[in-house]
Design a binder for this molecule. Structure first.
Ligand code: ATP
Ligand code: MG
Length: 536
């Protein structure tokens, strides 16, 4: 880490990791009252600016309401809300009270909601009127639920707007609680790509790493219009679309509407977005949606959450004039390896690499059969060196000591991400796959991502997922699940072409023995491919 970055990392730690840290001050009250925190955009492109001063006043009223409802520091308060002004007010109110936010993604069905509310022992749920029905007692929702419901919008019961109208920022319950750097802001569940989601507690000190990534990785500058299109129900959207902008006092955009490629382009054009972040699937949808509107001009484009296939980078370079950069992280840590955009960290991106450890982090690839580093360009286990990562904040899963223990080497020094990858001679990291998804065929280790990246180069392929299926002779063989672009139909000939392209562009032995043409791939609500379901 060069001296300048080291100094900056410690400045940020000094700011957020203090014994008396007050989240509401760090995320709101310390910023100029007239500065815009969020621009909330509706689907018809009308918009409302929310300033830090307004956020301070309204969130104080909500904190007072929570206090009156019996919510104490450390209690869990969930939100089941779209990306609205009320959402941001609710969150800052929760943090002002010293309570812990439990995000619930609005696309969740009742079982996913009940699981998170139960596991976190939530006391209150703030829900949009059109979501409240999901909380009704029934097969999936317990009849003796212990949580109170606050409705945003028109609906029966306790209404959010009434609470703001009847409580005042002068009430004692509105005071910003001091929870310290180790106090929890959020209880967030992992995406559930590999099985049951795990609960992660996000302490106030994690803001140092979120803020650092916004500067180093995303290179958000004062004159940027920044937009992270991910939903704050997940780590990527919550950490970098909401927490990092609030912590740094940066204005950002929240689109109060569901995703559509067309609307995404229009928002970029109308609001002059210059710095954009989204998951790879968003970029793929944008590509599929045809021509880029003339008014779109991005200075920076970043992606994370899933492997960024090279076809997306090629497309964005050609049509947007900016190559999307791949960044890598987890709910457990946020981003820690990246093709950083900061001028002093930037370098040419070797094809397919997800970059290098960010300042404040040290990562490694450990061999499969020992806890020593794997040889250069040899696949192993991607790990974080906890001894040399001052920005690291994860201390274990909530209420799951066994799952936590599995994450560390025996000596406790390295955190194991559960991902397989490798490092090249220049220190660049390459993602291969989830540990669980690695295919071992006749003694060869094959990462599904390598094969998928080749398949999507074929003009007919929209998306592909490759898994290993048991085989008596070879241990495992590859099978591909392919979604075709519009205008193409699956056939034996096309299967042969796809097998051929893998043999030619990747490796002769690693071609899929069978290609299944499917309408869609199984995904988490956040859009991650669940290969374990394809194996079943
Ligand atoms: P679960 O842990 O519940 O199975 P999950 O791992 O998908 O779900 P997240 O924390 O949201 O939950 O995702 C982190 C994982 O996403 C990483 O461990 C990695 O497998 C994948 N990932 C994130 N960024 C990238 C990237 N740039 N390239 C490849 N994979 C990525
Ligand atoms: Mg995970």
């Amino acid at each position: 880490m060069t001296a300048d970055f080291e100094v900056r990392v410690h400045e940020l730690l000094d700011r957020y990791d203090t014994p008396d840290a007050r989240a509401a001050a760090l995320l709101c009250d310390d910023h100029p009252a007239d500065a815009v925190a969020f621009t909330i955009i509706e689907s018809d492109l009308t918009s409302t600016d929310v300033t830090y001063g307004e956020l301070s006043e309204q969130s104080s009223r909500f904190a007072a309401a929570l206090a009156a409802a019996g919510v104490e520091a450390g209690d869990r308060v969930a939100t089941l809300m779209g990306k609205s002004a009320e959402l941001v007010i609710a969150l800052v109110g929760i943090w002002r009270r010293g309570a812990v936010h439990v995000p619930l993604f609005t696309a969740f069905a009742p079982p996913a909601i009940a699981f998170r509310l139960g596991a976190s022992a939530a006391k209150v749920v703030v829900a949009d009127a059109d979501q409240v029905g999901k909380l009704a007692p029934g097969d999936d929702m317990p009849a003796d639920a212990a949580w109170q419901v606050i409705v945003v919008g028109d609906g029966a019961g306790v209404r959010f707007a009434d609470l703001l109208a009847t409580h005042s920022a002068a009430e004692p319950g509105a005071a910003a609680a001091s929870v310290g750097g180790g106090g929890l802001l959020v209880e967030l569940f992992t995406s559930g790509t590999t099985g049951t989601p795990k609960g992660v507690g996000i302490p106030v000190r994690a803001l140092a790493s979120f803020h650092a990534y916004q500067e180093f990785g995303l290179d958000v500058r004062a004159d940027d219009v920044f937009w992270n299109a991910a939903d704050p129900g997940w780590a990527y959207g919550l950490y970098y679309g909401l927490l990092a902008p609030l912590a740094s006092g940066t204005r950002t955009l929240l689109l109060h509407a569901g995703f559509s490629a067309e609307l995404t382009w229009r928002v970029m054009e109308r609001f002059g977005v210059t710095n954009f972040a989204a998951a790879p699937t968003v970029y793929r949808s944008l590509r599929a949606a045809g021509e880029v509107p003339a008014g779109v001009s991005l200075r920076r484009a970043s992606s994370a959450g899933e492997p960024l296939t090279p076809d997306v980078v090629g497309w964005s370079t050609q049509t947007l004039g900016v190559a999307v950069r791949d960044h890598y992280g987890q709910t457990e840590h946020g981003m820690f390896v990246s093709n950083a955009w900061h001028d002093d960290l930037r370098s040419d991106v070797p094809a397919g690499s997800m970059g290098k450890p960010l300042p404040g982090w040290s990562a490694a690839v450990l061999a499969d059969d020992s806890d020593d580093p794997a040889a250069v360009r040899t696949m192993g286990r991607v790990a974080i060196d906890t001894a040399h990562s001052p920005l690291l904040w994860f201390t274990g899963y909530l209420d799951a000591p066994e799952k936590t223990a599995q994450r560390y080497t025996d000596d406790g020094r390295f955190y194991l991400t559960g991902d397989a990858g490798m490092i090249d001679e220049d220190g660049y990291f390459y993602f291969s796959s989830r540990d669980d998804d690695v295919i071992i065929m006749a003694g060869y280790r094959i990462g599904p991502f390598d094969v998928e990246s080749v398949l999507v180069l074929h003009e007919s392929v929209q998306e592909a997922a490759v898994v290993g299926m048991p085989d008596d002779l070879r241990g495992e063989v590859l099978e591909a699940f392919v979604v075709l672009r519009e205008g193409f139909v699956g056939s034996k000939d096309l299967e042969g072409e796809l097998q051929q392209i893998v043999k030619q562009k990747y490796a002769a032995h690693a071609y899929p023995r069978t290609v299944h043409f499917v309408d869609a791939l199984p995904k988490t609500p956040s859009g991650k491919v669940q290969r374990f379901l394809l194996r079943q």
